[in-house]
Every structure is written in C-alpha cells, then in structure tokens.
Design a protein around this ligand. Structure first.
Ligand code: PRX
Length: 636
C-alpha cells in the first residue's frame, strides 16, 4: 500500500492510524519515496512545544525548486506547469511548460543575484496575479532568499509595515495591475510605501499595463531588460531542511501583523502530500485554485504543492465578476478544469446572480470542488454542489491556516463521505484535540471545544519573524503542550469535525455557548437573505445578546422589514432554538471585509456595542466606506 495516495476510506483509516502510531516513520517514508534530497536527514523530528521548537528532517539538504521544476524536466518538460489566464478574456492565455518555467526561474534568479540578493536576504513581492509572481517566488527559493509576498490589494501603509518588519532588501512590483475594468497604480503605492522604508536597496518593475510611471534612478529597474541579459542556468542553492523558505503575514486579533516563518523541507513534503490526496490529481489534469498567491492558499496550492507533483496549475489574473458573473465558469469550460478550489465568499457572491451564468457553460470536466478560508454555510454548499458540480463532484471543505502551511482537516474526495459544513477528518499525521475552558482535553465524540493540535506536523510555521515570544504566547500558552488554533470545533458521532468559527466569535447568551456560524447558516437559508454576520453585544439580563447585520438579496429589498425580522428569527428558532434569536436586526448594504473576503467581526462587535471610539485601522478593508453607513443606521 502506498502511503502517498489514499484511494478509499478504509485506506484512509489505515494510513491515519499508521501516521499517528509512528509519525516519524510515516513522514520519513513519504519524504524518502517522493522527493529529491541532496542529503538525507539525520533525524526525522525534534520537538518541544514548551520552548516551542520544532525541526523536521534535520541535517537534510534540498532545494524546493529542484523538486518543483528540475526533476520533472525529463518526463514532463513539455507539459504545462503554469496555465495563466489573463484578466481580459480577449487576451491570450499563456501555457508555460516545465522547461520554460525552468529557464524563466533561472533567469530571474540570476537577476536577483546580480542585484546583490543572497541566501537569507528578504525580498518583498508586491505583484498582481501575473506569471512573474509565481516565477519570482520560485526564483527567491532557488537562491535561498526568503520571499515575503504581500497581497497587491494592500495599501502603502500595510506594505511599508511588512517591508520594515522583515527588513526587505528588495521589492518586486509592476507598473500597475488590472482588476476587472479598473487599473491600479501599484508602482505609485510602492513609491509611497518606500518613503518609510530605509532597508530597500532596489526595486524590480515588471511591465503589465504600460503606464507612465516614475522610476527612481539607481533604485528602480525595469525587469525585462535584466531578464533578457540573464543566463538561463542557475544552480540551486543547497538548503538545510530547516532553513527559512518564506515569511507570510497574517493579522492577529490584536497588534501588528504576524510574519509567519515557514521552512523548506517539511513545508515541501506536507504541501505536496496534501495536494495529491485532497485534489486526487492525475497526470494531464488541469487544477485551478482561485486564490491570490498573496495568501497562504496561493503559496501552498497554486505554487508549491501542485508543482511539486508535476501538475498543471491554473493562475487567474482577474475577478469572478468581469466581464460578467460567468467568468469562472467560462474558464472552467475553456481549459477543461478538473479540480476547482475557491472560497465560500466567492460562492455566495456568485449564488446571488442568475443561474444562467453557470448553466451556459460545460462544467463536466470538474471532478473535485474545494472550499477554504471560512465556514461554508449549507445554502452555499448546496448551490455549489448542485449547480457547479451537478452532484457529481465531491466538495472538499478544507480547514487550515496561514500558520499550518497546509490543509489539516478535509475529506479525501471519493473516499470520505461528505456532509455540508463539515470539514470532516484530519489528514494523516494531524493529531487533533478539543479542549475545554479549564484546559482539559475533551475525549469521545459528540463534543465541542477549542481546537488544538497535539503533535507537530511538517509544515507548521516555526516562529513569528523577529518575535518568538509572541509565537509562543499566541499559539502555545493557552493549552500546555498543544498548538492552539484559535478556532472552536465540534466532533460528531463518527469523529467528523465541524469548525464553528473563531473562538472569539463565540457568544455566551444566558449562559449558552453559541457559535455565530451556525446562526448565520440558518439565517442565510432564508430566501431573502444574501449574507449575514452575527455578533454579541452586552445585555443587562442575558449577559450578551445577538445583533445581526444582514444583506438582503433583491427579492427582499422591497419587503416589509418588520415581517422579515420576524421570519428571520423564526428561521433561527427552527434551526437552532429560541435561545439563538437575534435581539437586533439591521439590514445593511454590505459587510466590512478584509481583502481576502473575511468579515471583520471585530468592527461589527464594536458598532453593536456602541464602542466606536477606536475602530482601529480600517483603511486596509475591502470596503471601508460601508463602516460609516452601518454606524449611521445602527439600531438602538
Ligand atoms: O477560522 C479558520 C478559518 O480561517 C482561519 C485561518 O485563516 P488564514 O490564516 O487567513 O488562512 C485561510 C486559508 C487557509 C482559520 O483559523 N478557516 C479556514 N478554513 C476554514 C475555516 N473555517 C471554517 N472552515 C474552513 N474550511
């Protein structure tokens, strides 16, 4: 039996048991059989969650790009590695073969070297979803430079904070970007950010929109002429398994963003292993993850995981709504996409539109559908399942975090029976625990608690860049000897996990623990509701009461508000019980969201609690203007 490719549920259980009985043996078998190492490890795992310190494959030497590119050249040189689809459907797609990727990454790596970038230097990448983004990530990895990709929707302030935190020596950007019908002046944002960054010595600028931009003499360089001159051979730097690969920032519930540091060996093994199993990828197939490479999903499941498996990974520059709401489905038909991985927020947005946008296209190539990033509500799950997968493509609801590097809980398609809203079972090697508030592990099934991981897995973040103490305090101090995810979860009768949301989203109403996600699920099933967010606010008698911010679909716009409020509470009563009824319901034009589409409940909680004196920095939101509108119409 191969450990690497799980084919049915029985095999999953066998492999899972093996992985927990002897994790070191399990991971060393996976690592040995499927990757190219320049030197084998002396020890599979060393760990101490008190310090905390985790080391996988100590003593091993490798370069992740050799695994993602070079070793495929003989057998798959002509195969498309990156299939790039532009923002505008009138522009041609690019099929970048493994051979071409090899040359382009090497050229780019030589350009980095020519600008003085060495192993261990930090390089900030602030690019739109163009091939240069994936190529520059790989070029950094080729020479051992640590990439720090910042999502190109972040503001100049957010960018400068991240550049300074990691003391980046270089920024890679473009003259601008396309986003639907708009263009964005990325270089202008970089220039503004760099006024506050003394560490940056050079800026490489890719041409994308041919705009007239300022180039600062001595600091800024057009990328293409440098690439044209560069040699297409660049020996990969031989890295230790525990050498840093990248930093990626994620926001904490308080304070500055946390630069999660991932290392080379374990990250490679785990992302490749999970990609293979969760998407059941087979040669010749086309896999598409709609995330941006600026997020962990893009790092692990657009770039490293797929390429380490020699897959064809589709990279899309645009947005789901341009030129119309059928764009995703048009791309699926055009490139015969087999695996499609997206976020619930995108599904909900598309589900609001006419079904014609979906039905117009042939989606019969799809065999696995994925979701990530937040709990998927039942209504969205069914819409995805029925209209996109036509009931034929299993949905993998994948739970994980920037910190975990790879997917931790997910069905294995065609093996694990799925249930809407359940992320189901832990991946091999992932040992979960549910904890109660006193710090005791809750054993058995049909229980809920705080979700922890009690044993290291290869792709876990090793530290927060420059702040190991914060790493310990955030993840290892709440529950002794365990990694605390910050999420709550329930385990059902057969051991399936359902994520109930961030623990800080739990509201205690009259002594009852209520997860906001299931209440939102119930509300969203009302035919007039498009999206909702529930928060707690202080209440004299109950301790906390619930406040609902609700976006209506067009069908609800003209309906009597008082009736709608009654119906929504009736819906909650039916799904959860009267205890979860909302005290206040405000119909809103939008919800404040992060650039990755997450609802900022922190802001809504403050509004609901009449505590708006310090809302924090809202400038990095997708839609900061909506905050004022919600405040103006707040219900007293
Ligand atoms: O609360 C969980 C939620 O997203 C958090 C991690 O966010 P981030 O680091 O930005 O990474 C997102 C992409 C991996 C988690 O703590 N989350 C992620 N996936 C799911 C989820 N909540 C419920 N179900 C999921 N499938």
């Amino acid at each position: 039996m191969s450990n690497y490719h799980i084919k049915n549920l029985e095999e999953y259980y066998q492999i899972y048991r093996k992985s927990t009985r002897d994790p070191e043996n399990f991971w060393s078998e996976v690592a040995e059989e499927h990757f190219l190492w320049r030197r084998k490890w002396d020890q599979v795992l060393q760990w101490d969650f008190e310090k905390p310190e985790v080391k996988w494959f100590e003593g091993a030497k490798l370069n992740i790009t050799e695994n993602c590119i070079d070793r495929h050249l003989l057998t798959k040189g002509d195969k498309t590695a990156i299939l790039w689809e532009p923002n505008d459907p009138a522009e041609d797609a690019q099929h970048i073969s493994y051979q071409e990727l090899y040359q382009r990454v090497n050229r780019f790596a030589n350009v980095l070297k020519s600008k003085g970038i060495k192993m261990g230097d930090r390089v900030c990448i602030y690019l739109p979803m163009i091939p240069e983004l994936a190529i520059s990530v790989l070029a950094c990895a080729r020479i051992g430079a640590i990439h720090s990709v910042v999502f190109a929707g972040f503001s100049s302030t957010a960018l400068s904070t991240r550049i300074n935190d990691a003391s980046c020596k270089m920024v890679i950007t473009s003259d601008g970007s396309y986003r639907g019908s708009k263009t964005i002046d990325l270089k202008g944002i970089v220039d503004e950010a760099l006024e506050k960054c003394e560490c940056v010595e050079s800026v490489l600028v890719a041409k994308r929109i041919n705009s007239d931009i300022d180039m600062k003499e001595g600091r800024d360089h057009w990328l293409q002429p440098l690439l044209d001159k560069a040699d297409d051979q660049c020996q990969p730097e031989v890295m230790d398994a525990e050498d840093p690969l990248f930093i990626l920032y994620t926001s904490g519930s308080t304070g500055t963003p946390k630069g999660m540091l991932h290392t080379c060996g374990g990250y490679m093994v785990y992302t490749a292993y999970t990609f293979k199993n969760i998407f059941q990828y087979k040669d010749q197939e086309v896999y598409w993850c709609t995330a941006d490479i600026g997020w962990i999903t893009g790092h692990s499941y657009i770039v490293y995981g797929p390429l380490a498996n020699g897959a064809t990974t589709l990279m899309f520059e645009g947005v789901p709504s341009y030129p119309d709401f059928g764009r995703f489905w048009e791309i699926v038909e055009k490139h015969k996409v087999n695996q499609f991985y997206t976020a619930p927020t995108a599904i909900r947005a598309l589900a609001k539109e006419k079904l014609d946008y979906v039905n117009k296209y042939d989606l019969s190539s799809l065999k696995v559908l994925g979701t990530v990033g937040e709990p998927i509500n039942e209504e969205a799950w069914h819409w995805y399942n029925d209209n996109v997968g036509k009931g034929q493509a299993p949905i993998v609801d994948t739970w994980w975090q920037t910190e975990t590097g790879g997917i931790m809980i997910s069905p294995i398609p065609y093996a694990t029976p799925t249930i809407p809203t359940y992320a189901t079972l832990p991946l091999p090697g992932v040992q979960l625990a549910l904890m109660d508030e006193k710090g005791e592990e809750i054993k058995g099934n049909l229980v809920s608690g705080r979700l922890c991981v009690k044993f290291p897995w290869p792709s876990m973040a090793r530290t927060i860049w420059g702040n190991h103490e914060r790493y310990r305090d955030t993840y290892f101090s709440a529950f002794k000897g365990k990694y605390f995810t910050g999420d709550g979860a329930m385990r059902d009768a057969v051991g399936y996990y359902r994520i109930t949301g961030r623990v800080d989203d739990v509201v205690i109403v009259s002594g009852h623990n209520l997860g906001t996600a299931p209440i939102e699920d119930a509300i969203n099933e009302h035919p007039a509701v498009a999206e909702s967010a529930i928060v707690g606010f202080p209440h004299e008698v109950k301790g906390n009461a619930l406040y609902g911010f609700i976006i209506l679909k067009e069908v609800g716009e003209t309906r009597d508000r008082a009736n709608l409020r009654k119906e929504i509470n009736q819906q909650i009563t039916e799904h959860i019980g009267p205890i979860a009824k909302l005290d206040k319901i405000q119909f809103v034009p939008g919800l404040p969201k992060t650039r990755s589409g997450k609802i900022m409940r922190r802001i809504l909680r403050k509004i609901a609690s009449d505590d708006t004196s310090n809302l924090g920095d809202i400038s990095t939101l997708l839609n900061p203007e909506v905050v004022r509108q919600i405040m103006d119409e707040k219900i007293d």
